[in-house]
Unconditional design. Structure first.
Length: 196
């Protein structure tokens, strides 16, 4: 259990799910207010398209609604939603069967970030988005879960339906691939500058 999944949180989420199962729309609104933006950012980091990310977030919330009557208070609502959203994002990529175009990673940033910080990061984000879009979907997903969602290896492995060792290996491979792509881009950039 992660630090975010204290017994108190599990109990509180269990009560929220009981209300949801009873048809309490206020409970659903409360869940949506807290989790919809996070789910959209998570899905966007994987699928790279805001419209698909919003669809994944909605489908994940609907899955939670459907699961409410049989909810077992063993996990948190957030952990459940992350797992569902990750799997639905991967499914969306597989359906599309093509690489993610035009990552707009600035949309993944915390919306509370100020304009100065956003401008400062825009070029780096554009490059990161381009390089991440070239990675295989499982590597991109591992990076998003680790670095954007800041999940523990255990929670990220659960979300991807992998063992912790397999997830750790995948994440290491993804980091190496991303570093190699960045170095290749830098070498090419250095060669282009020398010719101009």
């Amino acid at each position: 259990m992660s630090p975010f999944q204290s017994d108190g949180t599990v109990r509180k989420d269990g009560e929220l799910m009981r209300r949801l199962a009873a048809g309490d729309t206020g409970a659903m609104r409360q869940i949506m207010d807290v989790h919809a933006p996070r789910l959209t950012r998570l899905a966007f980091g994987i699928v790279g398209r805001i419209d698909e990310a919003e669809d994944v977030a909605q489908e994940s919330l609907l899955a939670l609604w459907a699961a409410a009557p049989e909810w077992q208070a063993k996990s948190t609502v957030g952990a459940y939603l992350r797992t569902v959203a990750t799997r639905k994002s991967i499914d969306a990529l597989r359906k599309r069967r093509s690489q993610v175009d035009g990552f707009e990673l600035e949309q993944v940033l915390d919306p509370g970030q100020g304009p100065e910080a956003e401008l400062e990061n825009r070029e780096d984000l554009e490059l990161l988005g381009e390089l991440m879009s070239e990675l295989p979907e499982n590597q991109r997903t591992a990076l998003v879960l680790a670095h954007f969602e800041e999940l523990s290896h255990s929670d990220a492995a659960d979300a991807m339906d992998l063992g912790v060792d397999a997830y750790s290996s995948l994440l290491a491979r993804a980091r190496r691939s991303l570093r190699r792509k960045f170095e290749e881009r830098e070498e090419k950039k250095g060669g282009d500058d020398g010719n101009g």
